[in-house]
Design a protein around this ligand. Structure first.
Ligand code: KG4
Ligand code: ZN
Length: 336
């Protein structure tokens, strides 16, 4: 079964053709990062315009590279939530048009479910149930994946997402947007013990995250240093930030796994590209005898392959939509 997957929830216009979910025949990603970099973050209006301009070419290229036509597709999967509403609407409207014109099923995909599905592409042997840590620019969740289309959120961020924290700290360090990858690179040259950063306590749920205090602490350290005329070592601060974020994410995930009885852990989302998060989680899983699955770097960020893959499983589960499908900016993965 061939599925065309379309993704436009943030600043990447992406499309992919998959065969039976996990076999990827093509994956085309057109990123807008260079344009948003000038503004230090994603400008929603610009994102929507660029998606509108790029989507036809990206989808055509995905079909061409797969050696397929729209006629060969068995379904058209599209990210419909969550994300920037104007950006999502471009993908959703385009997919609706394709589905109407071709008579093919339209398959709505939740963006976070897509990130999780990137692991099925890399590890076809991976079967639910398992516990998944999803960390991206917009989300930080601990999710019980009960089935490929059934999710239960056990923990989430109360304020900033992990990727957002990486990016805001990177900005304080003078790195361009998106700064997560720059922190990762600088960390390799720094001492993670150099600066003591706060590990926030979250009242109410022991599996919830809070990252805004960490960002504020880093910004304050820079202000204090400039008032005193002292210097903050960029590499050391990057390494300290990366270590702290990694430990927060991993400690809560391992705690949830132990409490809920999971021995299989999965990592997903843009932040899963971070070397500190990967190594800290690997070490913790090894120590506790947990099996760990992580996406390859090529599938960590937003892409169409993960949407095509999850679209396949949604289709098998009977999750399809008609032309009344709308984009939704905020939606829990439990409601897909
Ligand atoms: O999943 P994603 O591509 O978009 C969202 O769904 O939000 O995640 C993007 C986030 C950004 O915050 C980016 O800085 C972060 O992932 N990121 C990283 C790394 N690569 C991407 N953060 C830390 N280290 C990295 N190597
Ligand atoms: Zn994403």
């Amino acid at each position: 079964m061939f599925i065309l997957g379309i993704e436009s929830s943030c600043d990447e216009t992406a499309a992919s053709v998959s065969e039976n979910g996990t076999s990827i025949l093509s994956s085309v990603v057109s990123t807008q990062i260079e344009e948003h970099k000038k503004y230090g973050g994603v400008v929603p209006e610009i994102a929507s315009r660029r998606h509108s301009e790029n989507i036809l070419g990206v989808v055509r290229e995905a079909l061409d590279r797969a050696g397929k036509t729209l006629d060969d597709m068995d379904g058209i999967a599209v990210t419909y939530a969550p994300g920037l509403i104007g950006a999502l609407l471009v993908g959703v409207s385009f997919a609706k048009g394709l589905a109407m014109a071709s008579g093919k099923p339209l398959i709505p995909v939740h963006h976070i479910a897509g990130h999780i599905a990137s692991n099925y592409i890399a590890h076809p042997e991976l079967e639910p149930p398992y516990l998944c840590l999803v960390a991206s620019g917009g989300h930080s969740h601990i999710i019980e994946v009960l089935d490929r289309t059934v999710f239960r959120v056990v923990g989430k961020t109360r304020d900033d997402a992990a990727g957002e924290c990486f990016d805001k700290c990177a900005r304080a360090l003078g790195f361009p947007y998106p700064g997560g990858v720059h922190i990762d690179k600088a960390s390799a040259l720094g001492d993670p013990e150099a600066y003591k950063l706060p590990v926030p306590r979250v009242a109410g749920s022991e599996y919830d995250f809070s990252f805004s205090g960490l960002k504020t602490a880093v910004i304050n350290m820079f202000h204090n240093a400039s008032q005193k005329g002292t210097e903050i070592n960029r590499n050391d601060m990057a390494a300290s930030v990366q270590k702290t974020i990694s430990e927060i994410l991993v400690t809560k995930t391992i705690l949830a796994a132990k409490d809920l009885g999971y021995k299989k852990i999965v990592l997903a989302g843009g932040v899963s590209a971070n070397s500190g998060v990967r190594s800290t989680l690997s070490a913790a899983c090894e120590k506790n005898g947990f099996e760990l699955f992580m996406p390859p770097l090529s599938l960590c960020g937003d892409n169409g392959a993960m949407i095509a893959c999850q679209g396949y499983y949604n289709y098998l589960a009977g999750i399809t939509a008609d032309v009344s499908l709308n984009a939704v900016a905020t939606m829990s993965i439990e409601k897909i």
